[in-house]
Design a protein around this ligand. Structure first.
Ligand SMILES: Nc1ncnc2c1ncn2[C@@H]1O[C@H](COP(=O)(O)OP(=O)(O)O)[C@@H](O)[C@H]1O
Ligand SMILES: [Mg+2]
Length: 266
């Protein structure tokens, strides 16, 4: 896939305690550039907490986060965004009273690398608008530019959320359960959009998901979390065959899902 294995994001011995609870327990991992790396695990495994540590929403109790080798452990989310780290905001970042297009255009303007130069030039506003149109077609919202964001279906809001992220041209996208709350018919479309973002070749995605079946077909690498710790890491193929994952995790916790997949429902 990639000739060079450049580490884009790295967690070093991350730990997060909430009172007496250790939500993230000495987690170290590397995210390689241009890969889609999924973090999976059952509810309560510590995925969202790890996500919050990576995106800067929370400080770790211990440990470090490095982006391109640079220590960003104590950088606020907004500063990380300017470095090229985009994260999903789970819909709350959408302005409900603005149109779909305006939401994406504002995001492009807010994070436009050439902010000032662009605004001074005649290309400024139309430039951002053009960018917004491009992003909207990328996330499957073309034709809905003029809808008020609040009028969108839940599934379309998740696409808009993705569009708002993409508008800032992040190198790294952090997605926490982007399909949450979607109907099962909407899920494949969103996964296809995520897949198509990867085919551009310039993005790296960290995808947090509790459903294993969701990530198997789209991930380059998978990290399995369990009770705050890393249980296993590898390619989807390796994870599917991993004995520890299978016995300690898949069997016990995904028994119903494994049954579903194996027996084709029923
Ligand atoms: N802000 C918080 N305060 C206290 N406990 C929390 C907080 N956030 C998460 N937890 C606890 O940390 C553990 C991991 O939660 P979380 O990271 O949300 O797991 P996941 O995303 O894998 O479902 C859970 O036991 C949860 O109750
Ligand atoms: Mg979570």
């Amino acid at each position: 896939m990639t000739a060079e294995r450049e580490i884009l994001l790295e967690a070093k011995n991350l730990r997060k305690e909430f009172g007496g609870l250790v939500a993230v327990d000495d987690v170290s991992m590397q995210i390689y550039a241009y890969t889609l790396h999924s973090i999976i695990g059952p509810n309560g495994a510590g995925k969202t907490t790890l996500f919050n540590l990576l995106s800067g929403m929370m400080p770790p109790t211990r440990g470090q986060v490095l982006f391109k080798g640079k220590d960003i452990t104590h950088l606020a989310p907004q500063r990380r965004a300017h470095l090229g780290i985009g994260r999903s905001f789970q819909i709350t970042n959408i302005f409900p009273n603005l149109t779909v297009l305006e939401n994406v255009r504002l995001a492009a303007q807010a994070l436009g690398k050439d902010n000032f130069r662009m605004l001074k030039s005649a290309a400024g506003f139309p430039g951002y608008e053009q960018k917004a149109h491009k992003v909207l077609s990328r996330v499957g919202l073309e034709g809905k530019d003029d809808y008020f964001a609040q009028a969108l279906s839940h599934g379309d809001k998740r696409k808009l959320e993705l569009g708002i992220m993409l508008a800032g041209d992040p190198q790294l996208l952090l997605l926490d359960e982007p399909t949450a709350g979607m109907s099962s018919e909407q899920v494949p479309e969103l996964l296809n959009i995520i897949r198509s973002i990867m085919t551009d070749g310039d993005k790296t995605i960290v995808l947090v998901e509790h459903r294993m079946d969701m990530v198997m077909s789209i991930s380059d690498r998978i990290t399995v979390m369990h009770q705050g710790q890393l249980l296993a890491e590898g390619t989807p193929h390796e994870i599917a065959r991993n004995q520890t994952v299978q016995s300690a995790y898949l069997g016990a916790l995904y028994g119903d899902l494994a049954g579903e997949m194996g027996a084709g429902g029923g």
